[in-house]
Write a protein that binds this ligand. Structure first.
Ligand SMILES: *Cc1c(COP(=O)(O)O)cnc(C)c1O
Length: 228
């Protein structure tokens, strides 16, 4: 991987994000998804203006952490097992994949041990797909009510994992529905919440997500090339 290639791809993505948000919404922040990529490639991004990265596996993150810590804000974006929380509670800047009360309770407990408060997002599975992480949109409020008083966490918004589909009308409906839910929760401003983030859009659909009001997009293969 060379800096020239990365630079050209980032420039293209940033231009598209600018165009897609079209002045209607602020341009979303670009979170570089660095799973499966070696630390030496990831570090090239720092000079190119990337300050936030996403990793989806605890074990892999732990291995790369010594080289990455201090260089980037680190988001955990993948499915998180409760028994792994303790390994990352001291180091991650945000956990985007919270979809159950027991998981939130464990993050709270481990955050308090680490004397931190960890920002979290509620992971939503807007199409209600089986065997995917995330709660259905109608389960978001009950989950927030159940966990918003926990110490050690702060609910900062929503993260969506979309179905793998080429159907852009469907995607647009789902993205728009997520934006509406996000705006309602912002207005409700429940104690224990500080709703500022809507994490949606990946390599295949970040333009559409930007058009529909994402505050951050999570992009991996459009930056680094296909994963094998
Ligand atoms: C891998 C991954 C991404 C990025 O996927 P690309 O298609 O490579 O951009 C985004 N979000 C989550 C949760 C992921 O696991």
């Amino acid at each position: 991987m060379t800096e020239e290639i990365l630079s050209a791809r980032l420039e293209k993505i940033r231009k598209e994000l600018n165009e897609a948000s079209g002045g209607k919404y602020p341009v979303p922040r670009l979170i570089a998804v660095t799973k499966t990529r070696p630390a030496e490639d990831i570090l090239l991004l720092e000079k190119l203006g990337i300050s936030e990265i996403g990793e989806n596996r605890v074990q892999e993150l732990r291995e790369k952490l010594p080289e990455l810590e201090g260089h980037f804000r680190i988001h955990l974006i993948g499915r998180l097992q409760r028994n792994k929380v303790r390994y990352i509670a001291g180091s991650v800047d945000m956990i985007q994949s919270v979809d159950s009360v027991p998981l939130a309770e464990e993050i709270s407990r481990r955050a308090l041990e680490a004397e931190r408060r960890i920002p979290i997002l509620i992971e939503v599975n807007p199409a209600g797909e089986e065997q995917k992480g995330g709660v259905r949109p109608d389960e978001v409020r009950p989950l927030i009510s159940a966990i918003r008083r926990l110490d050690g966490i702060r609910i900062r918004g929503l993260m969506a994992v979309m179905p793998l589909t080429e159907d852009s009308d469907l995607l647009r409906r789902l993205f728009t529905g997520m934006r509406e839910l996000y705006e309602q929760l912002r207005e409700e401003a429940l104690p224990g919440t500080e709703i500022e983030e809507l994490s949606m859009g990946m390599s295949g659909d970040y333009r559409l997500a930007a058009e529909c009001g994402a505050t951050m997009v999570r992009v991996g293969s459009a930056i680094f090339g296909p994963r094998n």
